[in-house]
Design a protein around this ligand. Sequence first.
Ligand SMILES: [Mg+2]
Length: 236
Amino acid sequence: MRILAVVWDIDDTIFDHSGAERRAALEYLTARGLLGRYASPEEAAAHWHAVSEEYVDRYLAGEFTFVAQRRERARVLARRPLTDAEADVWMAGYLAAYRRHWRVFPDVVPALDALAPRRRHGLLSNNSAPHQEEKLRAIGVHDRFEALVCSEELGVAKPAAGAFHAACASLGLPPERVAYVGDRPDTDAAGADAAGLTGIWLDRGASPPAAGDPPAGVRRITSPGQLAALLDTLDT
Ligand SMILES: [Mg+2]
């Protein structure tokens, strides 16, 4: 068997981050009396998402620590100056709402069942390990994975090869024995391919590549349920 393990992305791959973010943002903006500043709930949710993406990208680029990017996001989304303590309180209110909306995508556990016991499973996320551990336990899938590697502790983020190699090392396997599955065709699938793994883009229909087409050669599935059959074809 060529592929011995699958390493999974977490956010928007096994965990419905975008759905939780959207529901929590609308709930929180409504509670804070801020929703009326937007033309529509769709515009509010899109703005929240864009600001979140921007600040997470700037954190990943090393401009902010994880905590500092949260504070800056709070100031932008609250549309007023906030001290660090005020920003922490403001963001904590949103995060409480976000947590209430956490859920695993319903197609993930059946896919893990279909892959067991032939493939081992690990996780690699551009996030912080304590945050992701809490999330995985809350949505009931923590014990389905042998290892979790996160960029915050590692000091290297996807798509850098070092991040993928650390995830392989956490399972004690060389990259050519590992497939990586994620919702981003570039950061996840193409990045994994470049690092010597088998990159697979899980296209949930929400993450179009910037150029309009997936990177050349990227393998694409539209549900984790298609993974077992794809890995079988790669084994032969
Ligand atoms: Mg993701």
